[in-house]
Design a protein around this ligand. Structure first.
Ligand SMILES: *Cc1c(COP(=O)(O)O)cnc(C)c1O
Length: 413
């Protein structure tokens, strides 16, 4: 069937009925297929788009509609943006080249010299540096406060505060902050709340529904989910996404490559399945670790021993996520580091790698990797001891993961 009927069917199929659930939106939301009717979304590897005539070209450039040049937008990237927005319950989304470039876009689009930011001191290391160092030099001031003590956030407010930035749960201690309480605080002060939702993803946590104004993602982690590509995204209301961040991205060029967008687009189709399976496996490993004599403490939000357990369960759909950390018993920092290295080096299945959100389980020593550049005093203050080991649980059989940990735990000196 060719011609106008085929065209009408193609477009009608792309208009989904109202009220679909998140799992369905994750599989179905995208631009309409091309005239070829491909069932899996197309990958458009093109930097420019041919215009039908000069007048249409002029209009598209003036109104920023349709496709003109791929720094501005590309159909594969647009499909990813629509799908992720639907899953986050956001009006709009803009995809970026990495998780960090999403935060770069947030700051460049929203803030100017003299503006003030309040940020948890437990956020991702590069996020800390971007606020404190890179934007400090342009006159954007940032106060760093406790992840969990809302009074510190309130006390840090100034008349110039424009943005509160949170990430929950945090890496590697899985501390949880109260998104709704922070949103209320931000709005009373006339500021916006942005939440980095990388660790839970929209499969477990939807910050916008809890009052946050914006969500950022490292799509590199669970959205891709198989450790293949770098990607990022910023989701929120169109008055911010379309009117503020779109123009900044088009000018500054943190654009996501179409191939990476396509990989993440397909990753979203299995996101909910993976997050639930990996989260259940992580709870199993956390309970198992808690019962090992060599383990002093396990940090994981789904354990009742976690200080914000009830809040985490309410905020994260009853799941803990797929990252945990544990502390080994030792008499000194030197002995603690030796024990941690022994457990890590005794694994034969897990990957020794400082990443997360992969189907392959990853094990790492935060004190000498992600937090290696802190001084020992800063590390002590943030609770990252030499005996701490972080595990990002993947999709291997859970007994193979615990067997792999047991190799080192049962042979400690
Ligand atoms: C990895 C990560 C980032 C940065 O993402 P990249 O894609 O590596 O730039 C930001 N926030 C969190 C919580 C992350 O885990």
């Amino acid at each position: 069937m060719d011609g106008p009927d085929a065209e009408a069917t193609r477009l009608a199929r792309a208009r989904l009925p109202e009220g679909l659930r998140s799992e369905t939106l994750a599989v179905r939301t995208a631009l309409a297929p091309s005239q070829h009717g491909e069932n899996s979304e197309g990958l458009f590897l093109t930097s420019a788009f041919v215009q039908p005539n000069a007048e249409t070209s002029a209009r598209r450039f003036a109104e920023m509609e349709d496709f003109t040049y791929a720094r501005t937008s590309n159909p594969t990237v647009r499909s990813l943006e629509q799908r992720l927005a639907a899953m986050e319950g956001a009006e709009g989304c803009v995809a970026t080249s990495t998780g960090m470039s999403a935060i770069l876009l947030l700051i460049m689009g929203l803030l100017k010299a003299g503006d003030h930011v309040i940020c948890s001191r437990s956020v991702f290391g590069s996020t800390l540096n971007l606020f404190a160092k890179e934007f400090g030099k342009f006159g954007v001031e940032t106060s760093f406060v406790s992840q969990t003590d809302i009074d510190q956030w309130r006390a840090a407010l100034r008349p110039t505060t424009k943005l509160l930035f949170a990430e929950t749960p945090t890496n590697p201690l899985t501390e949880v902050c109260d998104i709704r309480a922070l949103a209320d605080l931000a709005h009373e002060a006339g500021a916006l709340l942005t939440v980095d939702n990388t660790f839970c993803s929209p499969a477990l946590q939807r910050p916008l529904a809890l009052g946050a104004d914006l969500v950022t993602h490292a799509g590199t982690k669970y959205l891709d989910g198989q450790g293949r590509v770098m990607a990022g995204a910023l989701c929120g209301a169109n008055r911010l996404v379309v009117d503020v961040f779109g123009p900044t991205l088009r000018t500054a060029g943190m654009t996501l490559a179409p191939f990476n967008a396509w990989v993440v687009l397909k990753g979203l189709e299995t996101l909910t399945l993976r997050m639930k399976a990996q989260s259940e496996a992580t709870l199993h490993v956390a309970r198992w670790l808690q019962a090992r004599p060599a383990v002093a403490r396990v940090h994981y939000p789904a354990l009742p021993s976690h200080p914000q357990h009830a809040l985490a369960m309410a905020q994260q759909s009853g799941h803990g996520g797929a990252v945990l950390s544990f502390e080994l018993r030792a008499d000194s920092p030197e002995a603690a580091r030796a024990a941690a290295f022994h457990v890590i080096d005794s694994t034969r299945v897990l990957s020794i790698a400082t990443n997360l959100g992969d189907t392959k389980s990853l094990i790492t020593h935060p004190a000498t990797t992600s937090h290696g550049r802190l001084t020992e005093a800063q590390r002590q203050a943030s609770g990252i001891g030499q005996g701490l080991v972080r595990l990002a649980v993947g999709l291997e059989h859970v007994d193979d993961i615990t067997d792999d940990l047991q190799r080192g735990l049962s042979t400690l000196a």
